[in-house]
Write a protein that binds this ligand. Sequence first.
Ligand SMILES: Nc1ncnc2c1ncn2[C@@H]1O[C@H](COP(=O)(O)OP(=O)(O)O)[C@@H](O)[C@H]1O
Ligand SMILES: [Mg+2]
Length: 385
Amino acid sequence: MLVQSDLEAFARRIKSDVFARLSKVIDPELGRPITDLGMITDILVEPATEGPAQIGGPDLPVFDVTIYVELTIEGCPLTRAIADRIDAAVSSYTKAILRPHQEVSSMSADKLQSLVDQLKAERRSNPFTKAGSKTRIFAIASGKGGVGKSSVSANLAATFAALGYDTAAIDADIYGFSLPGLFGVHSQPTNLNGMLMPVTAWGVKLISIGMFAGSERAILWRGPRLQRSLEQFLTDVWWGEPDVLILDLAPGTGDMAISVAQALPNAELVVVTTPQPSASDVAVRSGLVALQVPIRVRGVVENMAWYEHEGERLRIFGQGGGRRVADRLTGDLGYEVPLLAQLPLETDLREAGESGRPVVLGEDGKLAPTPMATAFKALAHRLIA
Ligand SMILES: Nc1ncnc2c1ncn2[C@@H]1O[C@H](COP(=O)(O)OP(=O)(O)O)[C@@H](O)[C@H]1O
Ligand SMILES: [Mg+2]
């Protein structure tokens, strides 16, 4: 049995041990230890006066540990996750039995503002142009709409995430946004004093203009639109440091790629086309933007290449479009632009898209054992190589 003064010394020791353990608890949105973020304001350690005093055997004393937690924002969607991590960090202590309790409140407006200011200052504007940024950026482009650019963006992002890459995606098609629907996102990004948290769905951190309600959309998107929207997505959203960033670009052959090249000099353009000549001609033009702005064309994806019916590949939209685009870009740009993948027409893709789950994933969020998922996995591996 410990005497009173021993107990007090032990309690002080536990307090600092608990703090050390909490410094390993990472805020899931900000990606920083909760102690660094000022979220732990006090820890109270008291010898237990009641309850199952000796559950751990005769040698381990029991303490009640109260953690005072200040959340960045009330009703934050990840409150539960943070609380669970804190409990786990406390109750897994081995030198005593600790019973965790949490007193949860939210930060004062001033404290939150200075935290956001500090984070923004550290990050300084667009994080992806920093020297040494490890993020690979793939901008998915096509001359015209309806060729499957968003489907490719969504499934590619979901594939990277399922393969274990920290993956983010930006819906840069602000007039024809479709990523929220394809990922089944109905929630809004958390707004921390002007810094937005992306919404995570199917393992991908996402942002889309479609996540904002009408009036907010207008407030957020003032000024010369396309260009500013991408910049705002890059600078006002807290991205952390993802391995992969996918951009679903607006259709067109110029403006969008120019703003991408300006904002993200490391971005690699992936041109999506369908097999018929009318689509492949515009796709070539969307790739030739690389003659005007410094952006590298990484390769071509041919979508809706065939429809498999009773073991036969029916070329519903003709054939050769992907090859044609790759060859012409290779010729005009003076470096190899490969045909990276040919994706079949699959009715499942459209149906899954409407259900809010990228078709490459099963209900469990893992890559499905299907030809489509296999094709996307191969595409992801080729891109990242
Ligand atoms: N490989 C495919 N198989 C079947 N349907 C597809 C395929 N690719 C795209 N689609 C469907 O075609 C439509 C247009 O695709 P989308 O990805 O929105 O194109 P974009 O972004 O280029 O406008 C959607 O309804 C989508 O579900
Ligand atoms: Mg689209």
